[in-house]
Design a protein around this ligand. Structure first.
Ligand SMILES: Nc1ncnc2c1ncn2[C@@H]1O[C@H](COP(=O)(O)OP(=O)(O)O)[C@@H](O)[C@H]1O
Ligand SMILES: [Mg+2]
Length: 334
């Protein structure tokens, strides 16, 4: 498979004015605003092969959107280089546009006051899409995203779910080989989320569209992504497949323990077992270190007359592992 996206030593710095704290500070800052430089994207390197679906993840402020803006030519890198299908978006934004689709969950790309159908007609003209192709794609989008339901509506009157479906269709009207999705499922209702997920998955498997997906939704990642790139404070922390990620970073395993009858198990804590959930003195979830043996627990339980009905040990899942990796550096939301 050929490389379709390549990112080399990519950096983006922003200069922000910072105020001194307090009222005196804000008055003072009128005259002497201090400038602070932040590296939103701090020398990252990765490449993507045709047909890959990548989860581009990281806590808020990690630099994900900034990366996508440089990949799509919206922002110019401070240094380093991006190539999409051999084209540098900073050199030739028009040419790169033909090769990419982009959807920002927070912001529509459609004309706010126009009916959705009119926006599509405009895009058809802009991308010079011929009638047959246009008709075929609109039918496909109608089948998969049901855009016919609201094609006459003005964009500003759409629900978030409808707007997202319209934006997805619009971004793909010109049949680009690469799609960037920046939080496409944020705030969606469950049904639309499923529709959007199915659509993304189909697009990747049947059309072989290369997709870079940013999301805070663990289910999105589990259902869609095969490879993770994890960004934190502008730097890549991990790049590889999901199983290897869990294998490498999941430092704990989770034991589910069900007893036949309730027992006094307050000694679990004292014996060094971290109980994360307990119910009715019978059902427990216990955190274990990767190398921690179950034997002392089971011995002590049976010595005490406790009988185990069911027991299961599993690795930390992706969500738990991501949380742990993020909060390893600071307190952050997933
Ligand atoms: N236009 C901008 N001007 C100044 N700072 C910015 C700008 N855009 C983003 N930043 C800063 O860059 C960092 C990364 O932002 P962003 O790429 O939006 O993160 P993410 O999408 O991962 O949440 C943040 O600290 C953010 O405040
Ligand atoms: Mg973002």
């Amino acid at each position: 498979m050929n490389t379709i996206i390549s990112v080399e030593n990519l950096c983006k710095k922003f200069t922000n004015r910072v105020r001194s704290p307090g009222i005196a500070g804000s008055i003072k800052s009128l005259f002497t605003a201090r400038k602070e430089e932040i590296a939103a994207v701090d020398n990252i390197n990765f490449s993507v092969k045709e047909g890959e679906l990548i989860g581009y993840l990281g806590p808020n402020g990690a630099g994900k959107s900034t990366t996508i803006k440089m990949l799509t030519g919206i922002l110019r890198p401070t240094s380093g280089r991006v190539l999409i299908n051999g084209i540098d978006p900073a050199q030739d934004r028009r040419k790169v546009t033909k090769n990419i689709g982009v959807v920002f969950g927070q912001k529509t790309q459609l004309w706010w006051d126009l009916p959705v159908g009119e926006s599509f007609n405009l895009l058809k003209a802009i991308y010079k899409i011929d009638n047959t192709d246009f008709k075929r794609r609109m039918e496909l989008f109608n089948d998969l995203l049901h855009i016919g339901d609201f094609i006459q509506q003005q964009t500003r009157k759409l629900s978030l779910g409808q707007r997202m479906r319209a934006d997805l269709a619009a971004s793909l009207l010109h049949d680009p080989p690469v799609l960037f999705l920046d939080e496409p499922t944020i705030g969606l209702d469950i049904l639309t989320r499923d529709t959007v997920r199915d659509f993304i998955s189909k697009l990747n498997t049947t059309q072989k569209t290369t997709i870079l997906l940013t999301t805070h939704d663990i289910v999105d990642i589990e259902m869609l992504a095969t490879r993770l790139i994890l960004l934190d404070r502008g730097k890549i922390q991990y790049d590889g497949n999901i199983e290897d990620f869990i294998g490498e970073y999941a430092l704990t395993k989770i034991l589910s323990l069900h007893l036949e009858a309730p027992r006094d198990t307050s000694w679990f804590q004292n014996a060094g077992y971290e109980v994360i959930q307990a119910e009715a003195g019978k059902h427990f979830e216990i955190k274990l270190k990767q190398e921690q043996s179950l034997a002392p627990l089971i011995d002590a339980l049976s010595a005490d007359g406790g009988r185990i009905a069911e027991i299961e040990v599993r690795k930390q899942d992706l969500g738990e592992t991501l949380k742990q990796v993020y909060s390893g550096s600071r307190n952050v939301e997933l």
